[in-house]
Design a protein around this ligand. Structure first.
Ligand SMILES: Cc1cc2nc3c(=O)[nH]c(=O)nc-3n(C[C@H](O)[C@H](O)[C@H](O)COP(=O)(O)O)c2cc1C
Ligand SMILES: [Fe+2]
Ligand SMILES: [Fe+2]
Length: 386
């Protein structure tokens, strides 16, 4: 598919894989985007996931026929983009790999390729004919070896995972409809918070580095090609990576027998009555990435857990670990939960909140056995977030 006379989309949509990285649910699928620049020389930017081999090679052939690929640019070595490097080498034996020094041992380790690799440095260029490619290092967006590739003549940034999103783009690879960004906003936030969320600092560094480029097309490795939504996409990454949060509550809980769940509902009803935006997440019913996506949106977090073997209920424990792993901090916080004989969950949650530099705005409510609305001061918890 032509993005311009010289740039062709040769990515693929995956709607059969259930879990991305074998852990994040992808109800709307994911695409592995790859691009060809067809000039006097032909460059391929990244490859795709292993399962796509035949379709991927077919798509390339449809674009370039019998011409060879001269360069394979490796922006990122995560196997969703690197798995078909060997396949490209087999089909196009003279294809030179173009990448940075940090990717070289990974290329050998994952793909067993050692030869015909051109190692480029920050800012270096590669002429393809009328077009040029220029390389900028963006370490930790998403791995240490990640770089982006800039084509100044096409004002196109091949951004790797940056600005990517879950959810395939079945009808239009390009964001040609003006409201398409809104259709992807929540999946893009879920992608960011689960995959890239730990690396807010490096994302900020990368955004500053790229701020001088006059970008009119962003070709990321997942989701639509951004042409019409570039300001929204850049603003979103800046906001998420700098932790600029909206007023509102992400209300997250797990519950075995429904008592902590009823308390969560009571808090949600009070927040709603007070016109405080709230999104509720049951960790036993959905992948924790949905809750993470709202942690990255709202300035407040309320967490409910029953006491379980003198600790947290495991799904809630996993959620709190996920927050710690991403260095989430500076949220307004409160906790609640049911127990039977010795409640510890609220205390543990408050301790974790202190570790993460949250501001605990309410001491929390630990209640024995069944949920009784008249004994549970949901209004007081909600009031603390007004
Ligand atoms: C495997 C298991 C372990 C538990 N461990 C504790 C415990 O250590 N201390 C305690 O007070 N209650 C413990 N409980 C009781 C629950 O915390 C209690 O039943 C609570 O009401 C469950 O809340 P829920 O209805 O929101 O699931 C445990 C329950 C189960 C099933
Ligand atoms: Fe990645
Ligand atoms: Fe990726």
């Amino acid at each position: 598919m032509k993005l311009s006379e010289k740039i062709r989309y040769v990515g693929l949509n995956d709607t059969t894989t259930k879990l991305f990285e074998h852990q994040w649910t992808i109800p709307y699928g994911v695409s592995y985007n790859s691009y060809l620049i067809v000039d006097e020389k032909i460059a391929l930017i990244d490859t795709a996931a292993a399962a796509c081999r035949e379709e991927f090679l077919e798509k390339i052939k449809d674009e370039i026929g019998t011409r060879p690929i001269d360069f394979l640019v490796v922006n990122h070595m995560e196997p969703d983009h690197s798995a078909l490097q060997q396949a490209i080498r087999e089909k196009y034996p003279d294809c030179e790999i173009v990448t940075n020094a940090k990717a070289v041992p990974m290329i050998e380790g994952f793909q067993g390729i050692k030869d015909n690799i051109k190692v480029i440095k920050e800012g270096e260029t590669l002429a393809l004919g009328e077009t040029t490619l220029q390389f900028f290092m963006v370490p930790m967006v998403h791995w240490p070896e990640t770089m982006v590739t800039w084509c100044p003549e096409e004002k196109t940034l091949f951004s790797g995972d940056a600005f990517g999103t879950f959810k395939v783009a079945p009808e239009c690879v390009i964001d040609s409809k003006s409201d398409i960004f809104n259709e992807y906003e929540s999946e893009m936030r879920r992608y960011y918070s689960s995959i890239v969320g730990k690396y807010g600092g490096p994302v900020q560094t990368a955004l500053k580095k790229l701020s001088g480029l006059e970008i009119s097309r962003i070709c990321s490795t997942h989701g639509p090609v951004w042409e019409n939504s570039i300001p929204q996409v850049l603003e979103m990454y800046d906001r998420l990576s700098a932790s600029r949060l909206e007023k509102g509550v992400c209300l997250v809980y797990g519950s075995m027998y429904g008592n902590t769940a009823k308390a969560a509902e009571a808090i949600r009803a009070q927040l709603t009555a007070m016109n405080i935006p709230v999104q509720i997440h049951d960790l036993c019913e959905e992948d924790l990435s949905f809750a993470l996506a709202d942690v990255f949106k709202y300035d407040s977090l309320i967490v409910g857990s029953p006491t379980y073997n003198a600790g947290l209920f495991p799904p809630v424990s996993a959620f709190m670990e996920a927050l710690k792993a991403r260095g989430v901090k500076n949220r307004k916080f409160a906790a609640f939960g049911s127990y039977s004989w010795a409640g510890t969950s609220v205390k543990i949650l408050n301790n974790l909140a202190a570790e993460m530099q949250f501001e605990t705005v309410h001491d929390g409510i630990s209640f024995a056995q069944g949920f009784a609305p008249e004994k549970f001061a949901a209004d007081q918890i909600a009031q603390s977030f007004a």
